[in-house]
Design a protein around this ligand. Structure first.
Ligand code: SF4
Length: 166
């Protein structure tokens, strides 16, 4: 069902963003409690256009298909530590992304609880997520089922017992 609904909802969401584009700097300032988005109105508007265009390339649909109501944290089988390359921030086209120094970036709304509810809160969700942004630092470990051995299973018990030290 999500397969059919998510693209349609994503289109409505994107159309709404375009419709309210002139008000976006104001909304962003209120929602994320940062007056700079309104103070730098023209600049924010320009970045917002780029942001919405980037959302159209997949992130909006990914949100309604995989994230909304499902995932708000990075899954346990995903390991790594962010090196702040900005790749996953829609290839550095996110309106909220800021430069930290010459090679790294930081999120301008990292403090906001709303950020956790977005795609960012659960990135990377899986191998596909890592690959689509060429994330250089996260990996997914294989999930290996654990087999418990019982005393009634003689063969299994022998395998699970440590070898005697000679
Ligand atoms: S792509 Fe990976 S390393 Fe780069 S900012 Fe995103 S999470 Fe961090």
């Amino acid at each position: 069902m999500r397969k059919f609904v998510a693209p349609a909802v994503a289109q409505v969401y994107l159309a709404t963003l375009w419709l309210f584009l002139p008000l976006m700097p104001l909304f962003a300032s209120i929602l994320f409690r940062r007056v700079k988005y309104l103070r730098e109105y023209q600049g924010t508007l320009k970045k917002m256009r780029v942001h919405i265009a980037a959302l159209r390339e997949g992130p909006a649909q990914h949100y309604f298909h995989d994230v909304m109501g499902r995932a708000s944290v990075v899954p346990q089988e995903v390991h790594g530590q962010c090196v702040q390359c900005g790749n996953c921030c829609m290839d550095r086209r996110c309106v909220f992304l800021e430069t930290a120094d010459e090679v790294t970036y930081q999120c301008g709304i990292y403090h906001s609880p709303f950020r956790k509810l977005s795609n960012c809160g659960s990135f990377p969700l899986n191998q596909w997520d890592i690959e689509r942004y060429a994330c250089p630092s996260y990996t997914v470990s294989a999930v290996i089922p654990i087999r418990l051995h019982t005393a009634s299973n003689q063969n299994d018990a022998q395998v699970s017992e440590p070898l005697p030290i000679r």
